[in-house]
Design a protein around this ligand. Structure first.
Ligand SMILES: Cn1cc(CCO)c2c3c(c(-c4ccccc4Cl)cc21)C(=O)NC3=O
Length: 292
């Protein structure tokens, strides 16, 4: 019967972990396999609407992007009782980098250069994979980067062998960062661009130049890392917004000049001067991370 809810039948709802105009996200346990999932339930979009096109794009993107260590994994999607449902991997830290950013801002601390570089390398790997499938994400931002904690296997190399360096997380736990929310994903060929969050939007996309969309993802990643490493609140519009897009990024006091130059290159007004996601992984100051 069409009013039996597969969601209610197959899952135990632990609690709401996200809310927005799109719908709501719940932490759920599958009654059969006992695993925890993140499930987004949203109102069935109007047939033929932009929302419907986005919902279809999101599910297709997940299906194409299959399994990658730095992309949130998709399991299933279905429609029921006037709702769309998508069942994804639950990133077990229970929050995104936007939560890390707001907690840091409240505590008056910023992410260290080392951790910011670690995030940059992991998300660059995820973007390299997405771009290799001729897809672009178009909404890279702290709120769409989710965090998993993974038990470190015995003897796996730590990032730095500088033993007396303070490490925020315990010896055996490592943060794995994953790109989520594929609702703006489109293909590089005939892109149907739905602009992402304007704070991370590259100017050429605002000007409807869609000829180098992978570099728009690199731009958004550059401002994302800049913000996490202490760049402050990003403007949504106005002269400050345009100033950030002239290519001069106020330097981050706590970071090396090489790192500042790398971030500056990622937000260069010229898309050809921005590194590609693959190019980022070859950068000398990131190679210590990207060798793994
Ligand atoms: C708000 N929120 C919090 C979380 C937990 C992070 O540790 C979360 C997740 C997702 C999503 C999500 C985003 C967009 C579309 C579908 C989903 Cl399930 C939203 C999430 C998702 O796909 N996987 C998540 O863990």
């Amino acid at each position: 019967e069409n009013n039996i809810s597969r969601y209610a039948q197959e899952f135990h709802e632990v609690g709401k972990i996200g809310d927005g105009e799109f719908g709501a996200v719940y932490k759920c346990v599958n009654r059969l396999d006992g695993c925890t999932y993140a499930i987004k339930r949203s109102k069935q979009p109007l047939a033929g609407s932009i929302d419907e096109a986005n919902a279809i794009r999101e599910v297709c993107a997940h299906a194409v992007l299959g399994k990658h260590r730095h992309v949130v994994r998709y399991y299933s999607a279905w429609a029921e009782n006037d709702h769309m449902v998508i069942q994804n991997e639950y990133c077990n830290v229970g929050g995104s980098l936007a939560d890390v950013l707001s907690e840091n801002q409240k505590a008056g601390i910023v992410m260290s250069e080392k951790e910011a570089q670690n995030v940059l390398v992991q998300i660059a790997k995820g973007l390299k994979y997405i771009h290799s499938q001729n897809l672009v994400h178009l909404d890279i931002k702290p709120g769409n980067i989710f965090i998993c904690k993974e038990r470190r296997s015995f003897g796996s190399p730590r990032h730095s062998n500088d033993e007396n360096e303070f490490h925020a997380q315990p010896e055996n736990e490592e943060s794995i960062y994953k790109i989520g929310d594929l609702g703006h994903v489109t293909c590089v060929e005939d892109p149907q661009v739905e602009e992402g969050d304007c704070r991370y939007l590259a100017n050429e996309v605002l000007q409807e130049n869609f000829s180098h969309l992978p570099k728009a993802d690199v731009f958004a990643l550059g401002l994302t890392i800049y913000e996490l490493a202490g760049g402050g609140i990003l403007p949504k519009n106005g002269p400050e917004w345009h100033k950030l897009r002239t290519g001069n990024l106020p330097p981050l006091s706590g970071c090396s000049s090489e790192f500042n130059r790398l971030l500056q290159s990622m937000i260069d007004p010229s898309t050809s001067r921005r590194p590609s996601a693959a190019g980022l992984l070859q950068h000398p100051i990131l190679s210590t991370y990207s060798s793994k």
